[in-house]
Ligand binder design. Structure first.
Ligand SMILES: C[S@@+](CC[C@H](N)C(=O)[O-])C[C@H]1O[C@@H](n2cnc3c(N)ncnc32)[C@H](O)[C@@H]1O
Length: 322
């Protein structure tokens, strides 16, 4: 049996018998006014963060959701795109598609605004998404791509790139590992399916996204996810996993490399009123400007006395203070 077949078998089991707390880090899913999440759906919250960022879902976007789980995030996305077929949710596991369809029917009884036709559940998988090239505004996946071996992760990322419209967004949440995952854990198909042993390091994960063609990546959250302890996982020291929420944009990669925003700010310290790096960044005296890590490194290196660069906050949503 391949590791992908083991994962499918595992997910057919947890579709039929929910495993509360399998992946999730929050006991309460994102609350939205007028949204009631049925308990059956909540106990199948198999996401390790969130891909639903309410302030970024204006304009009735078309959403392709990969790995439907119990349907929780498909329901949350349809809150922002209330029309038939606006959300297409793909999953290769029949039992999971069935559980999601049942949960969405229950949600329709409890949410007067929601019609199950808003979500189209389709059989398919991350390596062959059943939608046309350049056709969706948002692709989302939560706690799925980490189970893929690196070459398959790249295939899945390239497939999301194919289906996104130019400028479209890939929204993901996945565990990452604070040091390279030891080989014996990588080879454990069950732990991989449970989102515990396929995690890449932050650098490896971001590089795979960029390698698939995404020119801009923004980190929305990074937080502790699980601890693989020394004794139970046969390790020489504990291994902390984190969960990373990110948004990657289908825009060209600039000549000097992709832009990755992790919350760093550049602040001009004087002596003039402002500083212009002649590369599109104008820094007013004393006012922090959000910059990508590439620009942060360039500014800090070229102007160590005049520009202060702050640390990554691991939160960036494009906003500034004024
Ligand atoms: C960890 S669960 C996450 C479910 C959901 N995203 C959530 O946040 O609750 C992984 C989901 O991906 C599905 N899945 C497994 N292999 C897949 C594949 N190759 N392509 C797409 N989905 C897959 C599983 O059936 C399951 O629904």
């Amino acid at each position: 049996m391949t590791y992908l077949e083991s994962a499918a078998e595992f997910y057919s089991q947890v579709a039929e018998t929910p495993d509360v707390g399998l992946c999730c880090v929050q006991s309460t899913p994102l609350q939205l006014p007028g949204l009631v999440v049925p308990p059956q759906m909540q106990e199948m919250n198999y996401g390790c963060g969130t891909t639903v960022h309410p302030t970024e879902l204006s304009g009735d976007p078309t959403v392709l959701y990969v790995g439907v789980g119990g349907g929780l995030e498909a329901l949350q996305f349809s809150y922002f795109s209330r029309r038939p077929g606006a959300v297409v949710a793909v999953d290769p596991v029949a039992e999971m598609r069935k559980a999601a369809a049942r949960n969405l029917d229950i949600a329709a009884q409890e949410n007067e605004w929601f019609d199950p036709n808003f979500v189209t559940i389709k059989e398919g998988d991350a390596f062959a998404l059943p939608v046309a090239d350049n056709s969706v505004d948002v692709v989302a996946q939560n706690c799925l791509f980490n189970i893929f071996e690196p070459a398959d992760l790249s295939r899945a990322l390239q497939e999301t790139y194919r289906v996104l419209k130019p400028g479209g967004r890939l929204v993901m949440s996945d565990p990452i590992s604070t040091r390279p995952m030891p080989e014996h854990l990588q080879q454990d198909d069950r732990l991989r399916a449970m989102c515990l042993s396929g995690a890449l390091t932050y650098e490896q994960y971001i590089q795979r996204i960029i390698h698939a063609g995404f020119g801009q990546v923004e980190v929305r959250a990074r937080r502790p996810y699980r601890l693989l302890d020394q004794k139970n996982y046969s390790l020489d020291q504990h291994l902390l996993l984190e969960s990373l929420d990110s948004v990657s944009f289908k825009v060209d990669i600039p000549e000097d490399g992709a832009c990755v925003f992790t919350g760093k700010m550049a602040v001009y310290t004087g002596p003039h009123e402002y500083f212009d790096d002649q590369a599109g960044h104008i820094l007013s005296l004393g006012i922090p400007l959000a910059v990508c890590d590439k620009t942060a490194a360039k500014l800090a290196k070229a102007h160590p006395q005049a520009i202060m660069v702050t640390e990554s906050t691991w939160y960036y949503d494009g906003g500034g203070c004024c």
